[in-house]
Design a protein. Sequence first.
Length: 514
Amino acid sequence: MRAHTRPSTVAQVVAERAREAGGQLALAVAADGRSLTYAALAEHIAAWAPAFRGPEAPWRRRVGLAIGDPLGFAAAYLSLLAAGVTAAPLNPEAAPAECRRQAELLDLDLVVTDLPDLDCGGPCPTWSLEDGVPPPPGPRTSGRPALPGAAGQPAVLLASSGTTGTPKIVPLAERQLLSVATRIAAHHRLGPAERGYSPLPLFHVNAQVVGLLSTLVAGASLVVDRRFRRTDFWAHLAEWRVTWLNAVPAVLAILADGPAPPEETTARLRFARSASAPLPPAVQARFEERTGVSVLETYGMTEAASQVTANPIDPAERRPGSAGLPVGLELRVVDPEGAPCPPGDDGAIEIRGRDVITHYLRPDGGPRPARGEDGWLVTGDVGHVDERGFVFLTGRADDVINCGGEKIYPREIEDVLRAHPAVTQAVVVGRRDDVLGECPVAYVTTSDGAVAGELAVALMQRCEAQLGRSRRPRRLVVVDRVPTGPTGKVSRRLLQRDAAELRDLAAVEQTRAS
């Protein structure tokens, strides 16, 4: 395994890999076999970089990437980083109006795309990958302010629509990205012999840093796909001789309920990494039992350039239900007054470290502090640590249901529901109640063959047996689907907004008297 020293730039990393092992596979697409060696990747970057180097200050160059092809995205993304240009990954499956909104929000100079007829409107032109190397963006009438403090010039801008309707623009410096990628490569014990597989969307920080950049730093190889597909999933892993998997709980849940994979395929897999959302212990147990592959649960966020915590690489040292231990930063759990919570007590999770952002960007380009005066960033997550420091996530602070003054975390109900073998997904949200203010309502999806009405009754009985009266869902609905975001994470806000549009297969109501 390679000793992971911290590289300074993406350009230096790619050049070093090309010198050491130019013919080694760097990136490949599982679905069609297209690939790039490290030498070919270096040649691509050398062709693209001159188009973006010039006399203007680099923070006046922002290029959006609305690219559906994962190999095209990866090559363009690395080229922009190597050229010192700010890359702004966009969701290639978003509606054109959303792409235009993002381009305006991020104040982009150019959008590189493989989508036909994409028009971002206004002063932001588009350039098709089919036309080869893009031209340099034209001069702008006004510059943009550089970020203060440690963040420096952003290498990547990632925009969030914001849970409250206020967009958050997260600037990540090249130093931050490579520092976190190096820690991930060291923790996961990646090296030239390792080959990852990532069917996750590359416009998300997880796929960029955990998948792409950690592979580059380690001199390993990565197989990517446009999206997850259950039908040929294990065949792809067998064909490409994959040694580790980058996944999310939704993917693991689908695989846990599918056919068992061939043993010769799973024998090569050291672990399946889970991120993006808390992994229900019942899903982890079903996946490991069905596949024989151990799960490495982690926790991350964009503001930390992806990984925050991870379980130990040794399966015997992991704690099911936990997101693991902090890796390369500080983490604390505090009560509403800001005092540290004792082990086992839930509170607000905060993080601090060199690779945690210091500022967001406002839409007008100016900075907005991301941390408090003491240097801690409030993650918005709720959870606790145990006596050994392992982190357990309970939910989001804004997802807490206030039922008659009692705080209910949706996950405690969801874990009870997900433990039923016929449940594939379970989501609990708050519903307005004239007496209690809010009450929990559960939505579940089920595996093929289950009788929805019988399942609804059985699940309500399970809640009555395992949860206190105030924590039982007031209503439980079996639906055909639950809404998810582009990364496969269940969206509670979409569920609350669109619940009436879901197709109810069965429902059961809990009376107050019970």
